[in-house]
Write a protein that binds this ligand. Sequence first.
Ligand code: 9N4
Length: 233
Amino acid sequence: KEKVEITKAQRALMKVIVDAYNRHKIPQDVAKKLLQDQYSAEENFLLLTEMATSQVQVLVEFTKNIPGFLSLNHEDQIALLKGSAVEAMFLRSAQVFSQKMPNGHTEVLEERIRKSGISEEFMTPMFNFYKSIGELHMIEEEQALLTAITILTPDRPFVKDQQAVERLQEPMLEVLRKLCVLQHPQEPQYFARLLGRLTELRTLNHYHAEMLTSWRMNDHKFTPLLCEIWDVQ
Ligand SMILES: COc1ccc(-c2nc3ccccc3n2[C@H](C(=O)Nc2c(C)cccc2C)C2CCCCC2)c(OC)c1
């Protein structure tokens, strides 16, 4: 039986990531807003673009706190952010959707999202992902590390020095692996399940542009930042 122990250095790394993750959370609680009122497809689309825009901004701040990230080649820093922004948004949405809420609230939230203006065909893959994240009951350390690991994916398009990114991602993966063994001793395959979610996350990447352009309304307006990050307009 492997005696798993998180070293002092690994604990320090985890603390940096979790502190940065908590510091850079979206201030406004969109779930509460959606539970309070029903919005039109236009209002929901505006809310989505506002949330997505502010989420990209906090993602940049979070990423700057990942040890070693700012020492990467500058074009690679941009390539990693562009390549992971949509996945980070869906990961954040999944975590918001899976957070503990009073009885019946999650069902209301799901209903509001289903009727938000997004077209029917994307609901299944999106909610399947949200529910598979929910079933993992991740602690915040796991959520923060998983977000950092997603950003530090070496094989994003246009990344030149993939080895440099691997050298940053590997220590994160090792801490997460140990954390999973310690947190879920009765589930040896938990770490593998967690990484499997990242594969499912990539498939959502393929849909996101069409999710937006097929939003039930005319004249979809995007902020300049979202035009950069999303393959729209
Ligand atoms: C690209 O298409 C998407 C992306 C995300 C969602 C989404 N899943 C959610 C799960 C729980 C709570 C809210 C959820 N959102 C939106 C949201 O704001 N996501 C969000 C963002 C964007 C940044 C930071 C943090 C979050 C939560 C609501 C935007 C307003 C209309 C309803 C969805 C979506 O729903 C149809 C479609």
